[in-house]
Design a protein around this ligand. Structure first.
Ligand SMILES: [Fe+2]
Length: 284
């Protein structure tokens, strides 16, 4: 199995492509002086993203007052931050939410999990006023943290079902079972994919260390934020680790983010609201 995965990861043509436009747009919006024209030019290089921006800008979720026909109009009406969020979500959706014959529930669950963790990560940064982590970076990190699991689910859906069944009967973690069945856990697979895509170090570190944020060397706070968001989502039953009661909330992460019991309670209470909010993104 390990050889199969090595082969898959060696062959970049097999790894789903993430549009270069995503990294470019993320960089551009960091600069407060970026012009709408510049952003529109960059986004327009990717026809699939352009189409989803126009579609999503017109969806009920964003409630635009008049019909939006171009990327430029979307940027002027919704603002650069909102459009950037749409770019990240729609490009990620192309990779994270594949149609899987016979395994559609798994694909849908992974996508919901990714969106909930993204939204929770953003809310944690906002709630704790965490310095030096822009909310949109927290969102994107949460959205992509399980990219390795998404890839494993897409290529080996039957194996993932086996792991889920084993998880119900055994006192083990999802991550250990992945290692046993695939030879790699999803953090290792995710890191390799991020390297192939040339993604920024912050995202690589979150993908690699979201289960054990204490090993993050460069961005331990960001890894902690996503770790907490992920754990809350799993304990709330959103994600394919259900039954994985061995998912523990890291004390290191709580210390790093200064999250206390009442913060946790608030975040758990936010879940229904988050689910309502993302249903707009989910179905468009
Ligand atoms: Fe994970």
């Amino acid at each position: 199995m390990k050889e199969k995965i090595d082969e898959l990861l060696r062959d970049v043509t097999k790894i789903p492509a993430m549009s270069n436009v995503v990294v470019k747009v993320m960089e551009l919006v960091r600069n407060p002086g970026v012009s709408i024209q510049m952003l529109a030019n960059e986004i327009s290089k990717d026809p699939a993203i352009t189409a989803s921006i126009i579609k999503m800008s017109n969806s009920a979720y964003y409630r635009a007052s008049k019909p939006i026909r171009t990327v430029q109009e979307a940027l002027m009406t919704l603002g650069t931050q909102v459009v950037k969020e749409i770019v990240v979500v729609s490009a990620s959706k192309g990779v994270l939410h594949k149609d899987l014959k016979g395994y559609q529930i798994e694909a849908d669950e992974m996508w919901s999990h990714s969106l909930v963790v993204a939204e929770l990560s953003q809310r944690i940064v906002e709630l704790k006023k965490i310095p030096k982590i822009p909310e949109d970076l927290a969102f994107t990190s949460g959205l992509l943290h399980d990219i390795g699991k998404v890839i494993l689910t897409q290529f080996f859906p039957y194996k993932i079902i086996e792991i889920r069944d084993e998880l119900k009967n055994m006192n083990d973690t999802f991550v250990n079972l992945e290692k046993k069945h695939f030879g790699y856990n999803h953090q290792e697979v995710g890191l390799k994919v991020m390297q192939t895509w040339n993604f920024p170090d912050e995202l690589k570190e979150v993908v690699e260390h979201h289960h054990e944020p204490q090993y993050a060397t460069k961005f331990p706070v960001l890894a902690s934020v996503v770790h907490i968001a992920n754990t809350i989502a799993i304990i709330s039953g959103i994600g394919i680790d259900i039954g994985g009661i061995n998912q523990e909330l890291s004390q290191f992460a709580l210390d790093k983010t200064h999250i206390n019991d009442s913060d946790l309670e608030k975040l758990y209470m936010d879940i229904p609201d988050i689910q309502k909010e993302i249903s707009g993104l989910h179905h468009s």
